[in-house]
Design a protein around this ligand. Structure first.
Ligand SMILES: Nc1ncnc2c1ncn2[C@@H]1O[C@H](COP(=O)(O)OP(=O)(O)OP(=O)(O)O)[C@@H](O)[C@H]1O
Ligand SMILES: [Mg+2]
Length: 409
């Protein structure tokens, strides 16, 4: 198995510097001279700061972007803690916002203990007991800001990862389009070659009966070209948002386009349709991409002939009828060691001819649409093969479920 996952090895572009907002320290110390003293201290070091007028203002400023907050304990009333908690709980996954709380030393009272317990879920808290030496405050703030900087780096890496995934998804879509375009050209070329030959034969043919047979054969070949063109034009015109999509028609269009690959590999394709009118809520292009990837892999696994079985049926499910699509092959099967990683990107056993993106994208489409997919495979010496089953809510069921949730909301 060749595993070409590049993540982790990608040299990351230099980290962008955090913006002015992202590196600010928000100060909330409404009583006494704390704000003036801290602001002066930060100002002399050239560290950006913002004095918040209230807990609400503090939360708004954290939302606008900040590196840390310095809060005096007196400002952390129960209401302020609740507000702050909502902000902290709503942070994105990369964020763990640092809070430096300046406590009032002295007696522990029931009230101070209660507030301390309430404060705990705020997470990343540094407690500094007053009176505080300026160096202690500055070094604590520097530690907090350094930690925040690491969080920004994680944010950037997550954004890069999302961008890379997006680029991969688009490249796989292009690869599928390229493969389909090659299949279409191949499919059209065969009947056109046949028509050229038949016309050549007709040129010197004086036997009317034989000439008629040539014409009929040419007619059939041209009908095939027309069928392929019809399917191709349908792709071109179909919407790329979810609509009620006839599964059988998508299945047939994939088989039309893979016809010559199936014939060349000596694969016999059987389509069993027990639910001819089954529809699912999907963009036809996405459903085709899923079927084309699975069928393409099945053909690759049966290079020396075999049987491809496609079965479309309905079955009862919890929220209504479900559509079950089963695609089975009699290929070599997927080795046990490879099975857990086939839905990861760049996992391929096909060397330079495979990108290892087909099943990754297939899995993503299945997950995004809320479908269920199962793979069963056997690598025995006497019997081998692989079966992919996909269960999808019917178009009508999906619409009905939407109506229910809209009524509940
Ligand atoms: N029906 C199957 N029979 C045997 N092996 C399979 C089957 N389907 C998938 N595999 C294995 O899973 C691997 C990953 O499949 P995937 O479709 O993601 O990538 P690929 O076919 O190698 O490349 P491509 O990006 O061109 O589709 C394949 O390389 C193959 O080893
Ligand atoms: Mg593939």
């Amino acid at each position: 198995m060749l595993d070409r996952r590049p993540f982790g090895r990608i040299p990351l572009v230099p980290e962008p510097k955090p913006s002015f907002h992202d590196s600010r320290t928000i100060i909330l110390a409404p009583t006494g001279k704390d704000t003036i003293l801290i602001a002066g201290l930060l100002g002399r070091r050239g560290m950006p700061w913002h004095a918040a007028a209230s807990a609400e203002d503090l939360c708004i400023e954290i939302g606008r972007g900040a590196g840390a907050a310095i809060i005096s304990e007196e400002a952390l009333s129960e209401g302020a803690i609740t507000r702050l908690r909502a902000v902290i709980d709503g942070q994105p996954p990369w964020s763990d916002f640092p809070l430096i709380v300046l406590t009032v030393g002295g007696r522990v009272t029931i009230e101070s203990e209660r507030l301390r317990t309430l404060r705990q879920p705020l997470g990343n808290i540094f407690l500094l007991e007053r009176p505080i030496r300026p160096e202690t405050l500055l070094s604590t703030l520097e530690i907090a800001l350094r930690g925040r900087l690491r969080q920004y780096q994680i944010r950037e890496q997550m954004a890069q990862y999302a961008r890379a995934q997006d680029a991969l998804r688009r490249s796989e879509k292009l690869a599928v389009t390229g493969r389909l375009a090659a299949s279409i050209a191949h499919e059209i070329n065969n009947p056109l070659e046949a028509v050229t030959n038949l016309l050549y034969l007709m040129r010197d043919c004086e036997d009317m009966e034989r000439g008629k047979r040539y014409l009929e054969a040419a007619d059939q070949e041209l009908a095939r070209v027309a069928e392929i063109t019809r399917h191709t034009l349908r792709f071109y015109r179909e919407p790329n948002h979810p609509v009620d999509t006839q599964v059988e028609s998508v299945l047939r269009s994939v088989l039309v386009l893979y016809h010559s690959r199936l014939t060349a590999a000596g694969v016999e394709a059987n389509l069993e349709v027990f639910a001819p009118h089954a529809t699912v809520l999907s963009s036809p292009g996405e459903l085709r991409q899923v079927i084309a990837n699975i069928v393409g892999n099945a053909i690759d696994a049966m290079r020396h002939g075999g049987r491809l079985r496609l079965r479309l049926s309905m079955e009862p499910g919890p929220g209504g009828q479900r559509v079950r699509l089963t695609i089975g092959d009699t290929g070599a099967g997927i080795p046990r060691s490879l099975l857990p990683s086939i839905f990861e990107p760049f996992v391929t056993t096909k060397g330079e001819t495979g990108t290892g993106l087909g099943l990754w994208v297939t899995g993503e489409i299945v997950r995004r649409n809320g479908w269920k997919m199962q793979v069963r495979t056997l690598c025995g010496a006497l019997r081998s093969g692989t079966v992919f089953s996909i269960v999808m809510p019917t178009g009508e069921t999906a619409a009905a479920e939407e109506e229910v949730s809209a009524a509940v909301a």
